[in-house]
Design a protein around this ligand. Structure first.
Ligand code: MN
Length: 165
C-alpha cells in the first residue's frame, strides 16, 4: 500500500459504518470508490464532480459506418455499476456515421444537442437535430449519419434491461 492508499483507507473507515467493505482499490482522485455491502451485495458509489476529458476517444468505423465517432464518456462502464455500458457525449463530424446495428439485451437513448443528421430506426428514415430524442429497444436497430456542415453532437445512453425475476 502506498501512503495515499493508507490515508484513503482511514478516511473511508471514518465515513462509513461497519458492514461495508472496499471491493476495489480506493482512489479519491476523481474515480468512483466501489463498495460492496456485505448484507445485500448492493454496490453504491462515491459522489464526484469532474470535467469531461479535453480529447475524445476516437472510434473508427463504428458498427461499420463511414469515418469515425468521437466519444467523451461521462461514466465508464464500471462506474455505471451494472446499469448499462454507455453514458457519453458523442460527436460525429460531417459525413461520419454510426453504422446500422441491432441492440440485444439493452436499449439506447440518443438526445441531440446540435447539428443535423439522417437517422434510421428499424428501416424508417427521418432527420434529427437539436432537441430530438430517439429510443432503440431490445431487438431493434438504428443508424445515424451527419449529413450537415457542422458537427452532430448528441448524448447517448446504453442501458441494460431490468434483471428478470
Ligand atoms: Mn446503438
Amino acid at each position: 500500500m502506498t501512503p495515499r492508499h493508507v490515508r484513503g483507507f482511514f478516511i473511508f473507515k471514518m465515513r462509513f459504518p461497519a458492514g461495508l467493505r472496499v471491493k476495489n482499490g480506493c482512489n479519491f482522485r476523481g474515480r468512483v470508490l466501489r463498495i460492496e455491502q456485505k448484507r445485500n451485495r448492493r454496490l453504491i458509489s462515491m459522489a464526484f464532480i469532474r470535467k469531461l476529458p479535453d480529447t475524445p476517444e476516437r472510434l473508427e468505423h463504428l458498427k461499420g459506418g463511414a469515418g469515425h465517432l468521437e466519444r467523451y464518456a461521462l461514466l465508464s462502464p464500471e462506474e455505471m455499476l451494472g446499469a448499462g455500458t454507455v453514458c457519453a457525449r458523442m460527436v460525429l463530424q460531417p459525413g461520419c456515421e454510426v453504422g446500422e446495428h441491432t441492440h440485444h439485451g439493452n436499449y439506447e437513448v440518443y438526445y441531440f444537442l446540435s447539428g443535423h443528421g439522417v437517422y434510421r430506426s428499424n428501416g424508417e428514415t427521418t432527420t434529427v437535430d437539436a432537441g430530438t430524442v430517439t429510443f432503440t429497444g431490445d431487438g431493434e436497430s438504428h443508424f445515424l449519419r451527419n449529413d450537415g456542415p457542422e458537427p452532430l453532437e448528441f448524448m447517448a445512453f446504453v442501458l441494460n434491461l431490468p434483471a428478470q425475476a
